[in-house]
Design a binder for this molecule. Structure first.
Ligand code: S3P
Length: 179
C-alpha cells in the first residue's frame, strides 16, 4: 500500500466519521475537512433543506464536487458522507490522495447514535432501524471493497476507536515506509 497524503473516513451515517475525524486530525496534527459541513457552508442550507428543496440528485452532485475539492488536499483527515460510495467516480477521486478507512458499525450501534438526531433525511420518518438495515445491506459491500483499512467500532468508546485508528495508521505508515 502506498502512503497517501490524506486519510478519508468512509462508512454509514452515524458511524462516527465526523466526530472521530475531528479528534483524529487533532491527534495527528492534520487539517480536518468534513463533507457535510463543507456542503452546508457553501449552500447556506442544512443537508435536510438541500434534500427537500432540490432533491437527492442535486445533493449527490454537490457531494461529487466536494470530492473534487477533497482530492486536491494534502495533510487532511476527511470525513466523507455515508453515500459517497454510491458513485464510483467519487472513489476514484478520493483514492488518488487518500487512504480510505471504513468505520464499520452494526445497525443497532448506528441506531443508538442516530436516534435522537433528525439531521439525516434518509433516516427521517418511519422505522429508523428498518431504514438503517435496508440501506446498510445495499452499501456494506462498497464500504468493504473500497476501504484500505477497516475499523470495527462496535461496542467501543470514542477514545478506544480513536486510539485504534491512531495505532492502525502508524502501522500503515511504517509498512509504507519499509517498501
Ligand atoms: C448520507 C449521509 C449523510 C449526508 C446525507 C446523505 C447518506 O452524511 O451526507 O444525509 O446517503 O448516507 P453522514 O454519513 O455524515 O451522516
Amino acid at each position: 500500500m502506498i502512503l497517501k497524503p490524506n486519510i478519508a473516513l468512509i462508512g454509514f451515517m452515524a458511524s462516527g466519521k465526523s466526530t472521530l475525524g475531528a479528534l483524529l486530525s487533532n491527534a495527528l496534527n492534520m487539517g480536518f475537512f468534513d463533507f457535510d459541513s463543507e456542503i452546508q457552508k457553501n449552500e447556506g442550507k442544512s443537508i435536510s433543506e438541500i434534500f427537500s428543496t432540490f432533491g437527492e440528485p442535486h445533493f449527490r452532485h454537490l457531494e461529487h464536487e466536494t470530492c473534487k475539492k477533497a482530492a486536491q488536499l494534502k495533510g487532511y483527515v476527511i470525513a466523507t458522507g455515508g453515500g459517497v460510495v454510491l458513485n464510483p467516480e467519487n472513489i476514484n477521486l478520493l483514492k488518488k490522495s487518500c487512504t480510505l478507512i471504513y468505520l464499520s458499525a452494526k445497525p443497532n450501534s448506528i441506531l443508538l447514535r442516530a436516534q435522537n438526531n433528525n439531521s439525516r433525511p434518509l433516516l427521517a420518518g418511519g422505522d429508523k432501524l428498518d431504514k438503517i438495515q435496508t440501506l446498510l445491506s445495499s452499501r456494506k459491500k462498497f464500504y468493504e471493497e473500497y476501504a484500505n483499512i477497516i475499523l470495527d467500532t462496535n461496542d467501543k468508546s470514542e477514545n478506544e476507536c480513536l486510539q485504534e485508528l491512531i495505532d492502525v495508521i502508524s502501522i500503515h505508515i511504517s509498512a509504507s515506509k519499509a517498501r
